[in-house]
Structure formats: C-alpha cells, structure tokens
Design a protein around this ligand. Structure first.
Ligand SMILES: Nc1ncnc2c1ncn2[C@@H]1O[C@H](COP(=O)(O)OP(=O)(O)OP(=O)(O)O)[C@@H](O)[C@H]1O
Ligand SMILES: [Mg+2]
Length: 161
C-alpha cells in the first residue's frame, strides 16, 4: 500500500495523472472514501490525463458515464444512489465484458457483487482541508500499474517478499 498525507487538490490531480500511462490497457479501479473526499476529482484527473477533452460530468445522477478513447473505453460509475445490488442490473454492465475498458467506480461498497473486482483501490479520506490517499493494489495488474507509474519499485526476478 502506498499512502500520501495531506494532498491538496493539485497534488491529488497530479497523483491521478501519473497513473494514466499505466492504466491505458484497461482494468478496474475502485474509488473508496466518504462524501466529498475527492473520488470524482481523482477520476476527472485520470480521465483528463488519458485524453478526455469533453466535460467530465459526475455520474451522481446518470450512475454511469462512458468515454471513447480510441483503443480504450472508460466507464465512470457512481453507485452512491444504489441501495441494493439488484439495482445495478439495469445498467447492463455485462455489455462491457470483454474489450478494453477502464472502470472507475465510486462508492463500490454499495454493490460489490454487481461490479468487477478491483485491480487497484484508491482510498481517500478527509484530512482537514486536504486529503489523505492510499493506493492499494489487489491484483498483479494493479501492482504492475503502481510499478509502471513509479509508485513502487519493480520487484526483481527471484526476490521473495
Ligand atoms: N485534495 C483535495 N484537497 C482539497 N479539496 C479537494 C481535494 N480533492 C477534491 N477536493 C474538493 O472536494 C470537493 C469534493 O470532491 P469530489 O466531488 O471529487 O468528491 P467525491 O468523493 O467524488 O464526492 P461524492 O462522494 O459526493 O461523490 C470538491 O469541491 C473538490 O474540489
Ligand atoms: Mg463523486
């Protein structure tokens, strides 16, 4: 786990932007943290760094927004308004199986069984006026992202840890 304390908005934006090169082949990022902790800010910064030039709306009401980035498609979800996993059914997430999708999911804990499991969890917390951020890789792909974007050192072949 990588953690940063007391990041201002510019710092959080830079941190999200650093991941862009690594995640461009697709995967799943869960954005966890209380109301107003910076989940949408992180998603916007990452999508912007990936090349989204249109306005990036918070999916608070639409629940899902998608972006076409050529070879990569990005899906930005906000499940805050979901009360039960069954309510995610009508989003038709199965249609996005296969292909190269990058998932950015706010409030994943609302319907964990209805969404893809994370490769990386971004945990955000209020820290006064700033934010604490933790990056937790939960798969080999997530770990690779953190290595490629320089957050953690590349594990040497033969190293046991
Ligand atoms: N690192 C930061 N330091 C200070 N303020 C920040 C930081 N990141 C975001 N903010 C501000 O916090 C507010 C809430 O941010 P944001 O909408 O990204 O949170 P959220 O976690 O997506 O909220 P919600 O749970 O409602 O979806 C915004 O006004 C944003 O500008
Ligand atoms: Mg949000």
């Amino acid at each position: 786990m990588i953690s940063y304390s007391g990041l201002d908005e510019a710092g959080l934006t830079r941190l999200a932007g650093r991941l862009a090169g690594a995640v461009a082949s697709g995967g799943v990022i869960h954005l966890a943290g209380p109301l107003g902790s910076g989940k949408t800010t992180f998603a916007r910064a990452l999508l912007g760094a990936l090349g989204v030039r249109t306005r990036i709306k918070s999916p608070t009401y639409s629940l899902i927004e998608s972006y076409d980035l050529g070879a990569l498609g990005a899906l930005h979800l906000d499940l805050y308004r979901i009360a039960a996993a069954e309510e995610v059914e009508w989003l038709g997430l199965r249609d996005y199986a296969g292909g190269r999708w990058l998932w950015l999911i706010e409030w994943p804990e609302r319907a964990p069984e209805a969404i893809p499991a994370p490769d990386l969890i971004v945990r955000l917390a209020h820290a006064g006026d700033a934010r604490d951020v933790a990056l937790v890789a939960t798969t080999a792909l997530g770990r690779q992202w953190l290595e490629q974007s320089g957050f953690i050192e590349t594990r040497q072949a033969g190293t046991v840890s």
